[in-house]
Design a protein around this ligand. Sequence first.
Ligand SMILES: *[C@@H]1O[C@H](CO)[C@@H](O)[C@H](O)[C@H]1NC(C)=O
Ligand SMILES: *[C@@H]1O[C@H](CO)[C@@H](O)[C@H](O)[C@H]1NC(C)=O
Ligand SMILES: *[C@@H]1O[C@H](CO)[C@@H](O)[C@H](O)[C@H]1NC(C)=O
Ligand SMILES: *[C@@H]1O[C@H](CO)[C@@H](O)[C@H](O)[C@H]1NC(C)=O
Length: 457
Amino acid sequence: MRALFVVLKPLCFLALLGYCPSATIRPKEGWQVYSSAQDADGRCICTVVAPEQNLCSRDAKSRQLRQLLEKIQNMSQSIEVLNLRTQRDFQYVMKMESQMKGLRSKFRQIESNRRTLLTKNFQELKGKMNDLQPLIPVLEQYKTDATLISQFKEEIRNLSLVLTAIQEEIGAYDYEELQQRVLGLEGRLRNCMNKLTCGKLMKITGPITVKTSGTRFGAWMTDPQASPKNNKVWYMDSYTNNKIVREYKSVSDFVSGVESRTYNLPFHWAGTNHVVYNGSLYYNKYQSNIIVRYSFESGRVMTQRALESAGFHNVYPYTWGGFSDIDLMADELGLWAIYATNQNAGNIVISQLDPLTIQVLNTWNTEYSKRNAGESFMICGTLYITNSHLTGAKVYYSYSTKTSTYEYMDIPIHNQYFHMSMLDYNARDRALYGWNNGHQVLFNVTLFHIIKTDDES
Ligand SMILES: *[C@@H]1O[C@H](CO)[C@@H](O)[C@H](O)[C@H]1NC(C)=O
Ligand SMILES: *[C@@H]1O[C@H](CO)[C@@H](O)[C@H](O)[C@H]1NC(C)=O
Ligand SMILES: *[C@@H]1O[C@H](CO)[C@@H](O)[C@H](O)[C@H]1NC(C)=O
Ligand SMILES: *[C@@H]1O[C@H](CO)[C@@H](O)[C@H](O)[C@H]1NC(C)=O
């Protein structure tokens, strides 16, 4: 059957069908007979059907389309973020590759001219080459990812063109098919994001000094769950005897000191290891192992709960002290508490927390002494621990909650102002927020996808 679609109003449309409604032929579901015309002999020549009134009057399809468009816009934002991150990591990998190429050519030179060089140098170079070998698959993977990202970008551009056109000429496309395309794309994008955004820490660059303010010890942060446009900064100066949280609308407001709000918490905080996650501040209540969840929106404490067995009040602080016993943090996988217990001999314990109830979901015991840790931060379910809060600090130990295994490592951090009282990863910015002796600093991290993993997740 051929149907002629006529746009009646921009968002409401009619179809002219060359048949009459009868018991056997009915319009498609969701459509109703609008009117029909008959010829002089009483035969039906034309029937007009229209979407059912509710669809038409409430502009359901156009609303659905608007949602699709919004989804597409959201996706393109995510793609931009992903692209930026991959580009950043890519540059680092490319640098390594050119270093590797340089070594290779030196290597060849040496081989062709072996007698003139000492065997020792030769061996050294050979060792360096071997160190760099694992980078080859990583590099290949990055090239694939970059291609994938540009494909996504094109696909999103195509889809949003189609969608924009459809908004003007509604009805010309099959909405169901379109929705399937959008959902399919979204699903693949999400998988891709999960794969690309998680990886193993390889390098820490910076810092950039954002601001110099406050005492030697404090905390500042943004919400990793907030939308890319929402870049509110929260500022909590000092590790003790304070309960005033300052809020800034953006980093530039923070830099120029334009406060948007202050919150007067009902309880003082302990330490500098607070975190803002999904609109709530999580902090350790002074002189206790109680974790408080304070909602900025309602300005109220939503939940408080003791972290069982956790040492507090300088029983198991980080190396610098400052009641830094309980460190709250968030990463790609959710909310975490890092602390130490007598049961685990003062070594670091990792607990994943339910963001709503603050209940412990799962716990891992490490063998790294909390009092010997400078700071720690979580990326993609792996805890990274620094060995000091002073000059020369480096990431020294990591513990994967995925495999329950640890690893020693050696990733330097430039401790520019000599005393680090806070260091926390923000998964949205893929940056480390630090409080460096009264300076608020940011570090970038380079993560490599782990190519060879045993599980395929
Ligand atoms: C787009 O993102 C915004 C903010 O993150 C969210 O509120 C909204 O529901 C998203 N829209 C769709 C259609 O996914
Ligand atoms: C986007 O549209 C162009 C032109 O119609 C087409 O050649 C290309 O294959 C499309 N790309 C994707 C990823 O669908
Ligand atoms: C964030 O909060 C909203 C409501 O406030 C909730 O629906 C959502 O599940 C929360 N997200 C996470 C990751 O906890
Ligand atoms: C992190 O990388 C981004 C993108 O390359 C750059 O704009 C930013 O300045 C870097 N920040 C730091 C702290 O190095």
